[in-house]
Design a protein around this ligand. Structure first.
Ligand code: ZN
Length: 428
């Protein structure tokens, strides 16, 4: 139906009406979607440092070929009764008949910086990403043939597992990605002997989980979210109904990392840092917006996350206006050290400069609309679109909301070599 729509817009009215009249038929065709069962079974094996994966397909008709793009260092020992070709980082599997099974191992430990990991397995717990369990996959199948996927864990005694997927007792988790016909699990996952706290904040079921015995301050994190999450949800309206926050100490990576419906944050990071920013809120903005940049637009993604991590704290009363202004002044001074916004990975001074841009855009939109609109409207629209952002997209959304061209987003404003620093005397 989505393909029919743009065509009908360009056609004369009569034909457009005819196209609309035909829509039930399109709907009927779509409802003829055929399914096969895709069952993922993940067996966590602490002794061998791997998760043994089984991918079971069952149906009257199966995809004729599934091509996986693997990381040969992490995905190995592929096995199937059906034809299987492995060349470098490409695994090509041709399921036969009505049942097919592929098995392989996923090496869990993965370093992100020296001696620090973004995926780790011990004798007592494991933290990893769903996307690593099943490498990115392309299925060759008729257009109306779709997977109906579930994920189940086989765990050592005394362990439990948490993911961003809802689970009814005794049933496997349903993995449904409306953007894909071949569903793959996504997001942060934690398994082991766990300490968890959960609460429904607004209408978001929020779970904070960490390995048992870790000083992850789960209760503090939930209290912090009780103040702040409603403000964040008010801006974006795109937070998932279930939110999993995974936390652990060393040797996990000392930062925060977001994923669909979930995030990881190192347990030693404060909820609000000395410079009045919050890693937890920063990552939550990433979860809410679900945007990513091209190789020149990461500053947009990071600028929104950092701007709103401070802004939400101000709105919730988590920091006073004076402290907020102080934080902005420090960022403005730091921003002068970024020669260029258009880098592949925005961090430090570049992100500080990006926050200054967001603040200018917010000021400008409020001014030209007499306070009727703000950067919130831009952020909300990007969060609803999700996916890739670019400067051009940001400019066009901001211009539509402002009702005119936004000067703060002109290339000349963004490429000026130095942003003037504000007076460096901090507010009292
Ligand atoms: Zn970030």
């Amino acid at each position: 139906m989505q393909q029919a729509m743009p065509l009908s817009v360009r056609l004369p009215n009569l034909i457009a009406i005819l196209a609309i009249a035909l829509m039930p038929q399109f709907a009927a065709a779509a409802s003829k979607a055929r399914f096969y069962d895709l069952r993922y079974k993940a067996q966590i094996q602490p002794q061998s440092g791997v998760i043994h994966m089984e991918m079971h397909l069952k149906g009257e008709r199966l995809p004729s070929r599934i091509v996986l793009s693997i990381d040969p260092q992490r995905h190995r020992a592929f096995k199937s009764r059906d034809p299987l070709d492995i060349v470098g980082s490409t695994v090509s599997w041709r399921p036969q008949g009505k049942f097919a099974r592929l098995e392989y191992d996923v090496v869990v430990n993965h370093e992100r910086g020296r001696d620090h990991y973004d995926s780790y397995l011990t004798q007592d717990w494991a933290i990893f990403r769903g996307e690593r369990l099943v490498p990115s996959a392309r299925a060759t199948a008729p257009r109306n043939l779709q997977s109906r996927a579930t994920l189940d864990f086989v765990l050592p005694a005394g362990w439990s597992a948490l993911t961003s997927y809802e689970r009814t007792a005794g049933a496997p988790r349903t993995i449904d990605d409306p953007n894909r016909r071949f569903d793959r699990p996504q997001g942060w996952m934690i398994a082991g002997k766990l300490g968890t706290r959960s609460e429904t904040i607004g209408d978001i079921h929020t779970i904070v989980a960490s390995p048992e015995g870790e000083s992850a301050r789960r209760q503090d994190a939930l209290a912090f979210l009780n103040w702040n999450l409603p403000h964040l949800a008010g801006i974006f309206r795109s937070l998932p109904p279930r939110l999993l926050i995974v936390s652990a100490g060393d040797p996990m990576w000392r930062g925060g990392l977001s994923a669909p419906g979930s995030l990881f944050v190192h347990s030693h990071l404060p909820l609000i840092s000395e410079n009045r920013t919050s890693t937890l809120l920063h990552e939550l903005v990433h979860v809410a917006m679900g945007i990513h940049g091209d190789d020149r637009s990461d500053w947009i993604v990071e600028g929104f996350a950092e701007f709103y991590s401070i802004e939400v704290l101000r709105r919730s009363g988590g920091i006073s206006k004076t402290r907020h202004d102080e934080a902005m002044q420090k960022l403005a001074a730091w921003a002068t050290r970024a020669p260029d916004l258009f880098v592949e990975n925005s961090s430090g001074a570049v992100t500080a400069r990006a926050v200054m841009v967001m603040r200018s855009v917010d000021d400008e939109i409020r001014k030209v609309t007499q306070g009727k609109a703000s950067l919130d409207d831009v952020a909300r629209e990007l969060a609803q679109r999700r996916g890739k952002v670019s400067l051009e997209l940001l400019q066009s959304i901001a211009a539509r909301i402002a009702g005119q061209h936004v000067r703060a987003l002109e290339q000349s404003s963004l490429t000026r070599s130095a942003i003037s620093a504000p007076p460096d005397s901090p507010a009292p």
